[in-house]
Design a protein around this ligand. Structure first.
Ligand code: SAM
Length: 267
């Protein structure tokens, strides 16, 4: 039996290392064909809206003006690595849709071969997608101007190792951009937690027949690191100008943008 089938949603959130990689790869293999449709319904379109907002240079100007003065997230012709690319939403937005005027060159990596297949099916042209582990990227040091990752952190088998890898493959003066759902706080956070615990698994089950996958995804958000913790980890790696931008009240979604300094060898 597969690790995903043999492991409860609760246990899935506590796995680490190869077991987590296997669990998560198999989970996303199972839901790949309905992944975007379920997201659109469950998050009322917010997941896509936040992704677009975080990726567009507008976010920097709106939420982090001090940082925006220094540089924009993407410059014309930049090479971009999208870690945990899933069905290729980041590649399509950057390379084929709203930001295609920047002529970015995007590579997407994901551990789920079915998500990569969906990405290839949904993306026109010769988009670059490959199966790979975020914790052991095959790219040389300083390969990309920008490294992005959206809605992935809590799924990684080893978050510090993955942040280290993202930092390593980023060029000096390059940008790291992380967008994710984080544990909701406050009174409204309690409502969101009920949504994550009960509505998400139910709707996920109705749309895909895979209740466990969506129970895991809800629990993983509740147990995720906070944006501040992720920012601290980036700073410990040597990242500069680390900015947290809340995209939704009560901490439900935030973007973290950081720059690798010119002398930015990993600490
Ligand atoms: C919630 S999806 C987000 C997909 C995409 N970034 C988006 O914005 O729609 C998380 C993705 O991370 C991938 N993932 C999780 N752990 C990974 C790892 N260790 N290496 C590569 N990809 C990973 C999963 O397979 C999945 O496709």
């Amino acid at each position: 039996m597969s690790t995903f089938r043999a492991t409860s949603a609760e246990r899935g959130t506590t796995l680490t290392g190869d077991a987590k990689l296997e669990f998560v790869s198999q989970l996303f293999d199972v839901v790949a064909h309905r992944y975007d449709a379920v997201n659109a319904v469950l998050a009322l379109g917010f997941v896509d809206r936040w992704r677009r907002k975080a990726l567009s240079a507008g976010l920097v100007a709106t939420f982090a003006p001090a940082f925006a003065r220094g540089r924009r997230v993407f410059r014309r012709g930049d090479s971009v690595l999208d870690v945990g690319c899933g069905t290729g939403n980041v590649t399509r937005f950057l390379e084929y849709e709203a930001m295609n005027y920047l002529a970015l060159d995007v590579v997407g990596v994901d551990c789920s071969k079915n998500m990569i297949e969906e990405a290839r099916r949904l993306t026109p042209g010769e988009a670059k997608y490959e199966v790979g582990n975020a914790g052991k990227l095959r790219f040389a040091d300083a390969s990309f101007d920008c490294v992005t990752t959206c809605y992935t952190l809590r799924n990684f088998s080893d978050v510090p190792e993955t942040l280290r890898e993202m930092f390593r493959v980023c060029k000096p003066n390059g940008t790291l951009l992380i967008l994710d759902a984080f544990p909701p706080t406050g009174i409204f956070g309690a409502v969101l937690r009920l949504w994550l615990r009960f509505v998400l698994p139910l709707v996920g089950a109705l749309m895909t027949g895979e209740k466990k996958a969506y129970a895991y995804l809800g629990t993983s958000i509740e147990r995720a690191r906070t944006p501040r913790e992720v920012a601290d980890e980036l700073e410990a790696l040597g990242a500069e100008a680390v900015e947290i931008s809340a995209l939704f009240p009560f901490g439900a979604a935030s973007a973290i943008i950081a720059r690798k300094p010119f002398d930015g060898s990993s600490k």
